[in-house]
Design a protein around this ligand. Sequence first.
Ligand SMILES: NC(=O)c1ccc[n+]([C@@H]2O[C@H](COP(=O)([O-])OP(=O)(O)OC[C@H]3O[C@@H](n4cnc5c(N)ncnc54)[C@H](OP(=O)(O)O)[C@@H]3O)[C@@H](O)[C@H]2O)c1
Ligand SMILES: [Zn+2]
Length: 371
Amino acid sequence: MARAVQLAELGRFTTDPNPRVGCLIVRDGVVVGEGWHRRAGEPHAERHALIEAGERARGATAYVTLEPCCHQGRTPPCTDGLLEAGVARVVCAMVDPNPLVAGRGLRILSEAGVQVETGLLESDARALNPGFIKRMEQGRPFVRCKLAASLDGRTAMASGESHWITSEAARRDVQRLRAGSSAILTGIGTLLADDPSLNVRLGTDDLPGMRPGEAIRQPLRVVLDSRWRTPPTARILTLPGTTLIVGAVDDPARMADLKGAGAEVFLCPGASAQVDLGALMSELTRREINEVLLETGPTLAGAAVSEGLVDEILFYLAPHLMGDAGRGLFRLPGLDRMRDRIPLAIADVRAVGRDLRITARPDPTGSARRS
Ligand SMILES: NC(=O)c1ccc[n+]([C@@H]2O[C@H](COP(=O)([O-])OP(=O)(O)OC[C@H]3O[C@@H](n4cnc5c(N)ncnc54)[C@H](OP(=O)(O)O)[C@@H]3O)[C@@H](O)[C@H]2O)c1
Ligand SMILES: [Zn+2]
């Protein structure tokens, strides 16, 4: 199963909006077929592995990172493929997170006399597809917030000057994060200050699993801009891929201007004439967005954290001090007492070039509140 997880990982930059899935066919202790899902519309991992195994699949064990599908989608059901090939045993890491299908694939196999087991390396398999799983289980995308700061937690000088805080290596790491995301979100504050591109600027050589020359998927770019202040000349509108501008005030003339400049527009009014973040998440779910990367300033980053929409925060910390007049990471008004702190759990710490990357997640046990 560990090998199947590695295979699934090869689909990191291409399967979206489908899940990353890997499969291994093992006969008498020997691997006779390997496969992974590359792209929506193309064969699933099981099909690739079964083709490679051929006749040797008869009586073999299939290891799959996700429960085999049992419905006719863009490709025929994998349960049919496994049964036709005569596989004797199917071990999957996790059941399908879609509550409408969960367990049905396994039941079909089991009723046909195949021995089935689930749960092997389940947490590794879940980590392959945080967005797909969250969208299926909760009807929301998985949101990662990425921030670059000095070691003293500053994101810009008081003047607003901020380029570049982190090293080239950290910025390349962010490029890979973008390439694996379904959408990149920013606020109008960042757009007006930086005129960012928010695109993937890597080659296929930099992205494991991609074929040389294969087209790189550009994530949907989303700008939160309540009053449609995005200039029609913004760089983001000139690049390949789709840019969605989300506003909160009905202004047909401005919306038409932005559409004319190549943007899609979405009206999503919330409290205080700002974008309703929860409703926006529902809209992104409707668009089959699995993983969102929030790359924004302290205002929107703070709002998203306060509303409990952020699942993971990636802090890239550069080894310098920017002083106490510099700007902070999250605008969080109303945090006055120690008990108001937002508790996080650190999931990972590593060096990226000369910088440090800390991955943290909201801590539901709230240990910081108690200590
Ligand atoms: N260090 C880093 O990692 C990093 C990353 C990105 C940006 N930055 C820096 O951050 C600075 C900009 O930060 P910022 O705080 O001014 O802007 P921001 O967080 O990028 O955008 C905030 C704006 O988004 C709009 N918005 C719409 N709906 C919202 C909602 N529900 N909640 C919150 N905001 C909503 C608001 O303007 P409207 O009400 O007009 O819509 C708000 O002022 C720039 O200097 C940039 O360089 C740093
Ligand atoms: Zn399938």
